[in-house]
Design a protein around this ligand. Structure first.
Ligand SMILES: [Zn+2]
Length: 312
């Protein structure tokens, strides 16, 4: 028996056919959108619109909630083949453990400027790297992860509670948490306003919500158009710099800090992303065959900010 050991791997499920559903703007529910990007991903013809009312960028049609569960339970999503090749999202998520844990430690130290310890919930906890580091830093952690294979992997490996469900579909206890953290979540949730409300209710008075998210009104997407790497099949919406501030404030949060997201990564991952952006798979192959492919570096993301908020 190797239960709880690092060599245990998630038990992935077959992906099958992804189903799509029509949607209005997920933020303001306006039907009035202007087509901005189209993109073919593994045979799926994706369309992305700018909402004429709130300026959010959203996918329509978008993957249905049932299909999302299948996407996140599949190897196709988390370890889909070659870096730089055509894949749904990650070529090897768990392989990024070293740099993802470094990034987690940085984020926890910033959260601890406002809250040193207590009950922490992480929405979309994936392989549990952040949960593990938060636990080490003294937090009492719970994860929620829509990917059943990842939830089980993380729970076993780090001996933490991980609820295998969509953060959007579970109800959370009221005024329970000192901190809620969500990394990479705000572009993929189907009803952002309902989720923000739920987090507000579930935090104690003065509680902290830390997250990062993309914005589409910068120079980076203008440079890459439909090749912009965040336009993936599981994507739902991207905010403008102003819109994300407005909707979170409106639900009763006060902004404590806002900074450029500056995560650790390695050269191979950077090459994978650049291969997408430039349609240049040779770039990832070149880096992969080099001796520096696992060199860890910090990269300021040109299209992502990190936010720390306090429940008012
Ligand atoms: Zn809208």
């Amino acid at each position: 028996m190797h239960s709880g050991q690092a060599e245990d791997r998630p038990i992935w499920q077959p992906l099958g056919e992804i189903q799509f559903e029509e949607t209005p703007c997920p933020i303001c529910h306006s039907d009035n959108g202007v087509l901005r990007y189209t993109k073919n991903i593994l045979g799926y013809q994706m369309k992305y619109y700018i909402c004429s009312q709130c300026r959010a960028l959203y996918a329509n049609p978008r993957a249905s909630s049932d299909s999302l569960k299948k996407i996140y339970a599949s190897a196709d999503f988390f370890e889909g083949g070659e870096p730089g090749g055509e894949h749904l999202n990650y070529f090897d998520f768990i392989g990024g453990e070293k740099y993802l844990r470094k990034t987690a430690r940085d984020r926890i130290s910033r959260i601890q400027l406002y809250c040193k310890s207590g009950k922490m919930l992480e929405g979309a906890s994936a392989a549990g790297f952040f949960l593990a580091e938060a636990k080490t830093a003294g937090f009492e952690v719970t994860g929620v992860e829509i990917s059943a294979p990842m939830a089980e992997y993380a729970s076993k490996r780090w001996s933490v509670d991980v609820i295998p469900e969509s953060i959007e579909q579970i109800s959370l206890p009221e005024q329970k948490y000192d901190v809620i953290a969500t990394w990479g979540l705000m572009t993929i949730v189907r009803d952002p306003i309902a989720l923000i409300r739920k987090f507000h209710q579930s935090l104690k008075p003065g509680g902290i919500w830390a997250f990062n998210t993309y914005y589409h009104d910068g120079w980076w997407p203008k440079l890459f158009g439909s090749r912009w790497q965040i336009l993936v099949v599981n994507f739902s919406q991207i905010y403008t710099k102003k819109l994300i501030l407005e909707i979170v404030r409106q639900e009763g949060f006060r902004l404590l800090s806002r900074r450029r997201d500056y995560p650790h990564t390695d050269l191979l991952k950077v090459a994978d992303q650049m291969s997408w952006n430039f349609s240049a798979p040779w770039l990832a192959r070149l880096i992969r065959s080099s001796r520096i492919s696992n060199l860890i570096i910090r990269v300021p993301l040109p299209d992502v900010m990190e936010y720390i908020w306090q429940k008012v």
